[in-house]
Design a protein. Sequence first.
Length: 305
Amino acid sequence: MKRRLPSLNALRAFEVTARLLSFQQAANELNVTHSAVSHQIKKLEQDLAADLFVRMGRRVALTSHGERYYQDVHDALQIIERSTEEIFGEPDHGKLVVQFYMGIASRWLVPRLGHFRQQYPSLNVELFSPYFSWEFEKGASDLGVIYSEEQDRHLSYQYLFKGSLVPVCSPALFDEQGCDSLTKLLTKPLLHVSESPKNLAHWLHQQGVMSMEQLEIKEGYDNYQLALEAAIAGQGVAFVPAFFCSGDIAGGKLVVPLDRTVPEIGCWYVVCSATSRANSRANYFVSWLHKMIDQDAILQQYLQR
């Protein structure tokens, strides 16, 4: 017998409570009473015949069932919200502040941003790129596109993709024979990016290279933007997320000398505060962003399926 679906109000109460791990904070966000949230959760648990939370005085934690259910409910509610805004809503007029890493903003987003402005001329997208942090700065931005290995429960995350670390270099770095082996690749300088120190070692370890003592490691590249410019100038091989370099590969400035990509440790997300989740400007931008990612043929080659 097919199980009857829970009410949308109950699912919404569960999603907010699970995200914040607080009945009182959930009540504040939903603009209802603490008892109303508690009642919705209790009714949902009865309908599902399973405990979703462990109550520990004023604190709560998700059960194993609750953890699994939260992610699916969270994603489903975001799909409904985004689809409703895209099909039936009208974009707000005004400003939308979007946080992007500098390298992706300049190399990937800016060349495409004219398309968004043509489609939504009443929206003023303002780009924000923090210099010293990969974290989302919710006080400065409406939403951000970030790479993360873990999630902050006080923010709302929408999964974009899991990408790959890609070795890239100038087409002129190798001779006419190209690079046909890992041994040959490792004869060239390897560019180390200090803002993501794990990536080079992670790529090498996945190839079975456990020590870097005999390799020529070039330090001094604070970020991917600098490392990519060094690679384009023929100074060595950079190991970067595909999101940063798909445009340079498509334009012929960079090549992938050896097709040995490695899955990134974390994933890419759109992240925003709870107040921005209902912002139609944000929803329109996110829908457009998904389309641009789908249309990037180079990036699509390096996504983990």
